[in-house]
Ligand binder design. Sequence first.
Ligand code: AMP
Ligand code: MG
Length: 356
Amino acid sequence: MKKYFLIILSLMISISGVFMSACSPTEGNIFKKNNPEENSRQIYAMDTYMDLKVYGENGAEALDEASRVIYSLDNSLSATNSSSDIYRLNSRSTDTVSGDVLNIIEESIRMSRITEGYFDITVYPLVRAWGFTTSDYHVPDDSQIQELLTHTGIDMISLSGDGNSGTITFADDEVELDMGAIAKGYASDMVYGIFKKYNISSAIAALGGNVCAFGARPDGSDWLVAIQDPFDQSSYSGTIAVQDRFLVTSGGYQRFFEQDGKTYHHIINPFTGMPAESGLASVTIVSQNGTQADALSTALYIMGLDKSIDFWRACEFKDSLESFDAIFITDDGDIYVTENIADRFTCEGGFHTVEK
Ligand code: AMP
Ligand code: MG
């Protein structure tokens, strides 16, 4: 698992690195403006390696604050850390939330409704039954899955409050929350805000598979981000040129186990309790909203290609959903790219453009 994330990271950085070398520091003040100070930081949080690189005068301070915020969110949102807010909600030692935990739960409920239940933070008992919380993997009995499904669904939780503080009520004692499909996206939005606050001119932050391409590269050109090949994690399926965007990829290849010759992965269809088998190998969302991009990548992966395309086409009619684009890779290796980013995407074997 850890090894896998290192591969994504080094892949992405080597891709953007190719272009960074074109503007590497040259001696003399004349080049200073085009070669702002570079600072980078590698951390391990939220069960993944993270790599942040910033350009600008206040880079070290920005990275200090970004790291602090990421660690703090990890401490609040982890379902397995016994001092976290989510653990305390799940174990019923509190029913009150505030600040970021309140915000992320509110946004999760909204995204669950927008995605008609495909994104569902109440999947935790199922995720645990499959062994993904402890790495003690096994296929649960069908009767256990059916029983656990009776404790999942966004209607099993209700949130009341005044905006500063909220009270969570669970429909029964078995309901538990899992922020794993949205926490890194939320963290990347926070990191983006910190970069802005410190007047960072340019930055790239990879929180595992969640990438925040902040502004443009130091020379003003696009960031080039590699989309990992879901069938060969040491390679990539294509690259996309972006400025000021979040890119989030979900795929069954990111965490899985094998039992009796069959592969089972970590993205659970909340309607069946089973790992999603939608015909998609990965979904990458490109958006200006990191939290929504993370929730969407998970939801659309489960929906499958046709339903996801319908969802994307209807996007502007969904209240509080920001517009987004997507790159879908099917189990057959076909690539579908929504039309707004088609001219920014490059791959070797060709791809289908999805029109509105
Ligand atoms: P991601 O990599 O963002 O797609 O998130 C996958 C993680 O989110 C899994 O490891 C689970 O912890 C959790 N998860 C699994 N299925 C769902 C779902 N349908 N909705 C929300 N979270 C999920
Ligand atoms: Mg996600």
